[in-house]
Design a protein around this ligand. Structure first.
Ligand SMILES: Cc1cc2nc3c(=O)[nH]c(=O)nc-3n(C[C@H](O)[C@H](O)[C@H](O)COP(=O)(O)OP(=O)(O)OC[C@H]3O[C@@H](n4cnc5c(N)ncnc54)[C@H](O)[C@@H]3O)c2cc1C
Length: 501
């Protein structure tokens, strides 16, 4: 790990972050063919690439260069795209230069941060990918309870850094996810009921707009843009750095309580009752799947269909033992793994089941309530689950999320009580049709239990009507206006796209 001045604050530069200017490369002499936004192609010669490279701190990669192959692969192995050029930016000036290059050539553009968007928006076929993975540093100001992080940082890095000061902000339940796509889409996890959504923790962001300008978005500066990026995804520019407010969170009382899948209706009813009076410091997820072959579980449980209650208490630990007790005493659990642990340890606890190399399809619904009928439908479909790697998760919402005004950020539907995500996961491409059919059947069966609304980071490649289901009508109209102001040509379109209004 090395340190350097970055965006005016000192940050840690992590693995793979060479600081040399771009090396002489194949692109110096050979040109590339790039797809354009209007569906055409253009040929760029070595001179155009040399011009891009001049003065950059990062590098670009084209097919045949070392690291091109590893850089084009993302978390979802079903995505196998070949960008014509991958521009690995080292700072916001690099991003601005890259955006101007893309705009000048009207090139198709994708933006990659943590690379964990399941739809695969991070990479494009034949276009330009702006890769932010080198902007992966975190600077914590413990006295101000604030952290600034590069736009390509992942949560494992971020949470470890803030934890050193006994502080945290809301992050996801898997540590490899990028701050970028997560925060811009909203952001739920273990702490959202206590601290609000990930985007509610955002204080300001440095953004490169479609014109290649570097601007700040905050409550004081470009407030319309600040409103839009808190839920509106990557539609409005490329965030080179995020600044978050932090809150004291050190150790949590957290873990999984496993039940037989057939107990799901009773367990769901109990979770519903528990949540009705639960304080904000506690967050419960339900997880339904075949138990993974984890060393934390007895071997006789491996592969067995289970309904799991995942609980995280992030307040005073003595109080937490009392609050969480009714969950732990309910029914006949197969195993109870709840214990006190550092927050980053819990945040990483599920990582082993979520690595790269699998094909994935995710779909979701917000549920207004966890009814008996919804639990029954989940039981029926999880009982027929087609892949041992698939998981179905139901996050409890409410708490601090619901206390932010519906129109204070672009991320709406703050009164939703539960967020469901069906996470279908498999290895063999020959099995794709069977797993996709199971997913669609389950998704359709859950529709009557939802309200037609969805969390945008759980939307698949479902078209603009489904994207519209992630926003209330007023928010969508406002997002389209702001899009027209900041990106009238829809340069940033490889995302859950909001067309300029
Ligand atoms: C294993 C796993 C676990 C997850 N767990 C959770 C969870 O607990 N809670 C939750 O809310 N979500 C969760 N998600 C969903 C996740 O938040 C989204 O998929 C998110 O888009 C991933 O962000 P990323 O930066 O890793 O993705 P990328 O694929 O790199 O980025 C996705 C898109 O976001 C935009 N983007 C990303 N960074 C920037 C930036 N700096 N500036 C501008 N645009 C940018 C771009 O349009 C980009 O194409 C999970 C996803 C996975 C795969």
């Amino acid at each position: 790990m090395r340190r350097r001045e970055f965006l005016g604050f000192s940050v840690s530069i992590f693995a793979g972050a060479s600081l040399c200017p771009m090396a002489i490369s194949r692109g110096d002499t050979e040109g590339v063919t790039i797809k354009t936004l209007d569906g055409g192609v253009i040929s760029l010669d070595g001179a155009a690439l040399r011009e891009l490279k001049a003065g950059m701190h990062g590098e670009f990669l084209i097919d045949g260069m070392p690291e091109y192959e590893t850089s084009r692969h993302i978390w979802n192995a079903a995505i196998d795209r070949h960008p014509a050029v991958i521009i690995r930016c080292a700072d916001s000036e690099d991003i601005a230069r890259a955006v101007r290059f893309v705009k000048r050539h009207n090139a198709l553009l994708s933006v990659r941060a943590g690379g964990h968007n399941h739809v695969g928006f991070a990479v494009c076929d034949g276009g330009v990918t702006i890769d932010l993975t080198r902007l992966a540093g975190v600077e914590v100001d413990a006295s101000a309870k604030a952290a600034k992080a590069g736009g390509g940082t992942t949560f494992g890095v971020y949470d470890s850094a803030t934890h050193e000061s006994g502080l945290a902000s809301t992050g996801p339940i898997i540590s490899m996810v990028g701050l970028g796509g997560y925060t811009l889409g909203g952001g739920i996890g273990w702490l959202h009921r206590k601290l609000g959504l990930g985007c509610d923790n955002l204080v300001s962001a440095e953004i490169v707009t479609a014109d290649g300008e570097i601007v700040t978005a905050s409550a004081q500066s470009n407030p319309d843009l600040f409103w839009a990026i808190r839920g509106g995804g990557g539609n409005f520019g490329i965030v080179s750095s995020f600044k978050y407010r932090l809150a004291p969170v050190k150790d949590v009382l957290a873990g999984l309580i496993f039940y037989r899948l057939e107990d799901l209706p009773k367990v769901a009813a109990h979770v519903r009752e528990f949540n009705a009076g639960a304080p904000d410091d506690v967050c419960v997820w339900m997880m339904m799947r075949k138990a993974p072959a984890s060393p934390a579980l007895p071997t006789e449980m491996h592969g067995r269909p289970v309904a799991t209650v995942a609980v995280c208490w992030a307040g005073d630990l003595e109080t937490g033992e009392k609050v969480v007790k009714p969950l732990r005493q309910f029914g006949q659990p197969l195993i109870d793994l709840v214990k006190v642990r550092p927050y980053p340890d819990w945040q990483k606890a599920l990582d082993p089941a979520w690595g790269n190399g699998f094909r994935n399809q995710w779909v979701g619904h917000y549920l207004p309530e966890l009814t008996d009928a919804a639990a029954q439908t989940m039981l029926e479909h999880v009982s027929m689950v087609s892949s041992p790697f698939t998981d179905v998760k139901l996050a409890t919402m409410g708490g601090a999320v619901a206390r932010v005004g519906e129109n204070d950020t672009a991320c709406g539907f703050r009164d939703s009580k539960y967020a469901l995500v069906i996470q279908t996961r498999w290895k063999d491409p020959a099995e794709s049709a069977q797993h996709l059919a199971w997913t669609q059947g389950f998704f359709d069966a859950m529709k009557p239990h939802g309200a037609g609304k969805v969390y945008v980071n759980f939307v698949a490649d479902e078209g603009e009507n489904r994207v519209a289901d992630a926003y209330n009508a007023g928010a969508m109209a406002r997002l389209r206006k702001i899009k027209a102001k900041y990106d009238p040509g829809n340069l940033f379109r490889m995302n859950q796209n909001i067309r300029p209004g």
